[in-house]
Design a protein around this ligand. Sequence first.
Ligand code: ADE
Length: 224
Amino acid sequence: MRIDIITIFPDYFTTAFNYSIVKKAIDKNIVNINIHNLRDFTKNKQKSIDDYPYGGGAGMVMNIEPIFNCITKLKKEREYDEIIYLTPDGETLNQSTSNSLSLKENIILLCGHYKGIDHRVREELITKEISIGDYVLTGGEMPATILSDSIIRLIPGVISDETSALTDSFQDNLLSPPIYTRPENFNGWKVPEILLSGNSKEIIKWREKKSIERTKKIRPDLLD
Ligand code: ADE
């Protein structure tokens, strides 16, 4: 998979993908991440990428032209499955969206700033708009990192223990069951007996029961 990220803060990403499973996926060439500085696509001397909103109001709006130039250049080089704008008023990211994006070949992520981007970009160029939650951040860089991370770990071949990603919270609309490791008894806080029993059938049953219990308690909306 190839991910192209368009940003006015390319330096933000210098270390963002240098860790853990994401780094391994990059090293194994399973994913290729390319960062594009939006200011390289402006024609004006000041390299400005924003302007005042028509009709007045607070905040600046990102111009169409540099975004159009950058996306057009990329689209000439290859076909894209999705051109995604990270925005608080997009559809809320969930595991199912990450699952389906993990099967794509090429995607573009556009990071917004200020009041947002000229709406014509959203109407004419963007194919999907994603929010990472109902709160407003200063820009789309962190959301783009979060979205990339959630997608990359699901690409087939990235997590070596195939079942590991399948047992994540949300994978089947349930939260994961509690997990434990050594020691069995820490200051009297004991690991549930069943997990030490070696009875894998009963362990699976226990985990399912706990998943449902936790989901009912913490995220009942997932069961609707
Ligand atoms: N940009 C600013 N806030 C955001 C959010 N919550 N999700 C995606 N992009 C954003």
